[in-house]
Ligand binder design. Structure first.
Ligand code: AMP
Ligand code: GLY
Length: 425
């Protein structure tokens, strides 16, 4: 089987490595991939949003199956275009990807179908939003409607900050058209949990839970990033919480999308907050999370390609989705200065690891057989072990052996989770 994977980050590297475990996989192309992914797939210089060229490549190379991983091409209709050309895909069509593509859509969906989420108001005029924030409870969470590279959420502690956020999103258009409408919502508190789930619109099979670490610096200080590290499973996600999520959030979401004639097929990502009133949805994503995928897929015991094909063929009920029972930790090495300003072009040296430790390369280029940093988040180092303390310690042991003079990482990935586990014992 010949496969294309659209995208070029650490998440795509993890997907590709897992797909390769299936003996029916003849060839994987990454569009565009990166210098590190080149060790596991043939990288083709076609951008993830270049849908016309993606479709042409798939046709010309007789591709049997396409996995579209990032949000932009999904929201732009890459799966619709590939399907129209007769190519089977893993990923939602554009009318379902809107669950991530428009926060106004997802909030209204949750309200209509009684799915627990933060209370909110929608505004499409800056004047109305500015009037509203004068008397709104603070902190308030201000979200641009559309995609904004994960940066479209501003938590305003004061009315002054809220005014500033409304102005920069709606008047200064810092996120472009994504800020034509905004959602202003209630500030929720509690631990966050990420749950990725396979669904074909009839069946939903959640994967093992995980915890992201979004801030740039230790102790959850510094700016929001794409994610500086992850652990799985998330100790806050007890069996009781999982059952509540299934009944009040996961199944109702799948049914709501069906009722709206927007059947979702692919990986649905639930960003949850465990509040005093139970789990609530912070956000939906229409895809695998990054770097959640880098801890979830290494723990998947079942065959990823079989699951993805079953989702595409609407027979997810027939295939197992099982996890190993171990734990995983992924530490992200980023370029110094990320997420603001950073330099690229520093050599990376990656010592050989045991089979329970893997590198997932996010931003690197290959020149004369050597890898050089090329991006903010450069690589993730994932270790799998029988327990979380072992996984964390092995991930850091391996991270400390990577040669990357311009790199930095958080030193506290998994610390909060380890404390929860300790307190429970
Ligand atoms: P998002 O880009 O939607 O994942 O939001 C980024 C981060 O902002 C989330 O991971 C949360 O930490 C935080 N956040 C979003 N919505 C809320 C909310 N209603 N209350 C508190 N924190 C929030
Ligand atoms: N790790 C958060 C995301 O993928 O959006």
């Amino acid at each position: 089987m010949k496969i294309i994977v659209v995208g070029g980050g650490g998440r795509e590297h993890a997907i590709i490595k897992k797909l390769k475990e299936n003996i029916n996989v003849e060839k994987i192309y990454a569009l565009p991939g990166n210098g590190g992914i080149a060790a596991d797939a043939e990288c083709v210089p076609i951008g993830a949003k270049d849908i016309d060229n993606i479709v042409d490549f798939a046709i010309n190379n007789k591709i049997d199956f396409a996995v579209v991983a990032p949000d932009d091409p999904l929201v732009l209709g890459a799966v619709d275009a590939l399907n129209a050309a007769g190519i089977k895909c893993f990923g939602p069509t554009a009318d379902a990807a809107i669950i991530e593509g428009s926060k106004v859509f997802s909030k209204n969906l949750m309200k209509k179908y009684g799915i627990p989420t933060a209370a909110y108001e929608v505004f499409d005029s800056a004047d109305k939003a500015l009037e509203y924030v004068e008397n709104a409870p603070m902190p308030a969470v201000i979200k641009a409607d559309g995609l904004a590279l994960g940066k479209g959420v501003i938590i305003a502690k004061t009315v002054d900050e809220a005014r500033g956020a409304v102005n920069s999103i709606m008047n200064d258009k810092i996120f472009g058209k994504s800020g034509n409408s905004i959602v202003i919502e209630e500030f929720l508190e509690g631990p966050e949990i990420s749950v990725l789930a396979f669904t074909d619109g009839k069946t939903i099979k959640p994967m093992i839970s995980s915890m992201d670490h979004k801030r740039a610096l230790d102790g959850d200080e510094g700016l929001n990033t794409g994610g500086m590290g992850t652990i799985a499973p998330n100790p806050y996600y007890t069996e009781k919480v999982a059952e509540e999520c299934m009944n009040k959030i996961f199944l109702p979401t799948v049914e709501a999308m069906n009722a709206e004639n927007r059947t979702f097929k692919g990986c649905l990502y639930f960003g949850l907050m465990l509040t005093a009133d139970g789990p609530k949805v912070i956000e939906y994503n229409c895809r695998f999370g990054d770097p959640e995928t880098q801890v979830v897929l290494p723990l998947l015991k079942s065959d990823l390609l079989d699951i993805m094909l079953a989702v595409a063929d609407s027979r997810l009920d027939e295939v197992p989705v099982e996890f190993s029972g171990e734990s995983a930790c992924c530490v992200i090495l980023a370029s110094k200065g990320y997420p603001v300003k950073y330099e690229s072009g520093f050599e990376l040296t990656l010592p050989r690891t045991d089979h329970k430790t893997e590198y997932f390369i996010a931003g690197a280029k290959l020149e004369d057989g050597k890898l050089y940093s090329a991006g903010g988040r450069v690589l993730g180092v994932t270790a799998v072990a029988p327990t979380l303390p072992e996984a964390v310690s092995r991930a850091y042991d391996a991270t400390d052996k990577v040669g990357f003079s311009n790199g930095f990482c958080r030193r506290d990935i998994g610390k909060r989770a380890l404390k929860v586990i300790e307190e429970a014992n």
